[in-house]
Ligand binder design. Structure first.
Ligand code: PEP
Ligand code: MN
Length: 355
């Protein structure tokens, strides 16, 4: 039997509870580092459950066979808010990351970083390790790309989200990344999930393109179970029978996840659409379904981009998307977390209505 405890109990609060469990004949063991999930074993009488269910520090008593996963939203679990640099993602706060699909060269990366910053965005995306369908496609700059990301971070102060593909690279990527991305193709790489779960860094976990919602959540569980509570889920579209869009953004899953998990959920409209012209409407759909943020690909010369140029929007379009996001999320009382936005940038964009 498992007992889920209130958040943030002090030792002074925990000790009498553990003593009570022992007095009732149970052995005790915490299943998580956060000391919220307590396993009771041994000869304890089930009739004692009522004593625990009524206890003020107990959220719920979970019967054998019932779900107990750490991603699950318990009756009192508040939204998890993940901080990436100075951006808050989750709860009432919506965060945006933008940048090129791949790190290509230093000058371009710096230009794009300054471009996204000019829209108020303070998280730069960019892959140094690229998971490509064909081994003959551009595979990313690897370590050299990581060095470019680190240099741009140092130069501009922007935070970095970048993908890790190989469990052996996790520490190296974590040195540069403020937010470690696990991509759709790695969503069932369990050793990788466990390894990023050992890091004290936020994780951006994309849904496998063929994963059910439950499988997606269980991928997140690997990270949580390894001790990392800072997980942001990302719906980036699943494979469908129709190639009109590259993938099919599952807005129903976004809405469902808001109820099923306390973890923040963001949307990647770029990989869902596969087409620049659909990125903004798909982003709006995700936000309307309750997404806590956006991950968007931008480029200043999509025709020469080394990957995913066809789905990259311009910096001006990103600016418009930010304004649309602001207006849309205001409808349900949420705000954009754009700590570095200058007043003039926000006033200027505030003049542009949603197209
Ligand atoms: C990416 O973010 O560039 C990427 C490869 O995404 P996904 O894993 O969603 O395909
Ligand atoms: Mn991409």
């Amino acid at each position: 039997m498992l007992v889920r405890l209130r958040h943030g109990l002090t030792s002074a609060e925990l000790d009498p509870l553990l003593t009570l469990c022992h007095d009732l004949g149970f052995g005790t063991r915490f299943l998580d580092d956060g000391r919220r999930l307590l396993e009771l074993s041994g000869e304890g009488d089930q009739a004692h459950w009522a004593r625990l269910e009524g206890h003020p520090d107990v959220v719920e008593v979970i019967a054998p066979g019932e779900p107990y996963e750490l991603y699950a939203r318990g009756s009192d679990s508040p939204d998890t808010v993940v901080e990436v640099g100075d951006v808050s993602i989750g709860g009432e706060s919506v965060g945006v990351a933008a940048g090129p699909c791949s790190v290509e060269d230093y000058e371009r990366l710096l230009r794009l970083a300054r471009g996204v910053q000019s829209c108020g965005v303070s998280i730069l995306r960019g892959g140094a390790y690229k998971p490509r369908t064909s081994p003959y496609s551009f595979q990313g700059l690897g370590v050299v790309g990581l060095e470019m990301l680190a240099a741009v971070r140092a130069e501009t102060g922007i935070s970095i989200v970048t993908e890790v593909l190989d469990p052996r690279d996790v520490e190296r990527v974590a040195e540069v990344a403020d937010w470690i991305q696990v991509g759709t193709r790695s969503a069932t790489n369990f050793p990788l999930l466990t390894e990023v779960g050992r890091m004290n860094k936020p994780v951006l976990l994309k849904r496998g393109f063929g994963a059910t919602v439950e499988e997606f959540l269980l991928s997140a569980e690997y990270v949580l179970n390894a001790g990392n509570a800072q997980v942001v889920l990302c719906e980036r579209g699943i494979r469908s029978f129709d190639s009109t869009t590259r993938n099919l953004l599952d807005v129903g899953a976004v809405a469902h996840l808001a109820a099923a998990t306390h973890l923040p959920v963001i949307v990647d409209p770029s990989h869902a659409a596969g087409r620049a012209d659909l990125v903004r409407p798909i982003a709006r759909a995700g936000l309307a379904a309750g997404a806590d943020g956006l991950l968007v690909e931008v480029h200043d010369d999509p025709a020469t981009a080394k990957s995913d140029g066809e789905q990259a929007i311009s910096i001006d379009e990103l600016r418009a998307l930010i304004q649309e996001t602001r207006e849309l999320i205001a409808l349900d009382g949420r705000t954009l977390s754009l700590p570095n936005e200058t007043t003039s940038a926000s006033n200027e964009s505030a003049k542009e209505p949603i197209q």
